[in-house]
Design a protein around this ligand. Structure first.
Ligand SMILES: [Zn+2]
Ligand SMILES: [Zn+2]
Length: 348
């Protein structure tokens, strides 16, 4: 056991630095020396909750944070593919490893009620200097990429890549991205890297500026019919080949469907709760439209993405607008929960 200071959520929007004991790695685990740990919108669910972040069925506080990257510090007796000193990131959900979805590489949709555990969810996360990770969650981080790149890939950029891949968009295609928060910006960065023309849509001018900086060709600061008219003007009345909604808001989801060209591919990745109505005959059947959902990514996609980014010299750490030391973790979460825009991360 090693005593470390980690960031805990004690409930009702309170983060506290607490002492945690991190054990030696089990047979199939490694212990990471965490180097970067992202702060993500989905952390706010537990931060805001009355219960805070605790081990299931107990009062025991857990270390928060689900976007870790670091250096392997020690390995369990049965760890084969990772060694002390390896640079890695962790896919942030540990599945059972045996169910159909785990075998597809998607532990995010693991069907085991007891064994599906998120780092910084049902087991300790990355907001502490040490973290125990099962070897099957690890993805090697190429030397060309920074640890902050790794932390971004571990959640939002991996999510963006999987959504983009599901659209099948290729060089020269036009892609609408609704919602230019961290995931929307990551889609913008990746798509523009691949030669896809990005039309971003958001109502926040700061985010619009960030999208232009990350490669968007056009940014629309409108919603609804006005946004649709502008997209049609940009595309000569054709609409976009692909659209990714990163908001979960009804107006943006509808815009993705309405702005799509014939044979369009729409992917919903923003998890907001909203209901939309559309006429399948007009919007789907005669447009030959495909509408898909996407949640996080497969582990294979995350691994593939690290290689692509390293070879192309693309660094998603450019999405990070605020970095903090863990000692300032309480203030970091106050700022984040207060609605400050941008992407935040701890570096160690
Ligand atoms: Zn996340
Ligand atoms: Zn499983």
């Amino acid at each position: 056991m090693t005593k470390v200071t980690g960031l805990a959520f004690t409930g009702d929007r309170v983060a506290e630095l607490r002492e945690f004991e991190i054990g030696e790695p089990g047979p199939t685990e490694v212990r990471l020396r965490v180097q970067a740990s992202g702060i993500c919108g989905s952390d706010l669910h537990t931060y805001d909750s009355e219960r805070g972040l605790r081990a299931p069925g107990t009062d025991t506080l857990l270390v928060a944070g689900h976007e870790p990257s670091g250096i392997v510090e020690s390995v369990g007796s049965e760890v084969r593919d990772f060694a002390v000193g390896d640079r890695v990131l962790a896919y942030h959900i540990l599945g059972c490893g045996n169910c159909y979805n785990c075998r597809l590489g998607y532990p995010v949709v693991c069907t085991s009620v007891d064994e599906r555990k998120a780092y910084g969810g049902e087991r300790n996360g990355g907001h502490a200097p040490l973290l125990l990770v099962e070897q099957r969650s690890l993805i090697k981080l190429p030397d060309e990429l920074s640890f902050a790149d790794g932390a971004m890939i571990a959640c939002g950029v991996g999510t963006a890549y999987s959504a983009l891949r599901k659209t099948g968009a290729k060089t020269g295609d036009r892609l609408l991205v609704t919602g230019l928060g961290p995931v929307g910006l990551a889609v913008t960065l990746l798509a523009s890297t691949f030669g896809i023309e990005v039309i971003g849509a958001d109502i926040n001018p700061v985010r619009a500026q960030e999208a232009t900086h990350h490669g968007a060709s056009h940014v629309i600061l409108k919603t609804g019919e006005e946004a649709l008219a502008e997209i049609m003007a940009i595309t000569g009345g054709l609409g976009v080949n692909a659209a990714i909604d990163c908001t979960g808001a009804a107006a943006a989801r509808e815009l993705c469907i309405e702005a799509s060209a014939t044979w369009g591919q729409v992917v919903f990745v923003g998890v907001g709760r909203s209901t939309i109505t559309f006429d399948p005959t007009v919007q789907v059947i005669v447009k030959m439209l495909t509408i898909r959902g996407s949640w996080v990514s497969s582990q294979a996609e995350m691994q593939e993405l690290t290689g692509i980014l390293a070879r192309r010299g693309v660094h998603p750490d450019s999405l990070v607008t605020h970095t903090f030391e863990l000692a300032d973790g309480v203030e970091a979460y106050e700022l984040f929960a207060g609605g400050a825009s941008g992407k935040m991360a701890f570096t160690f």
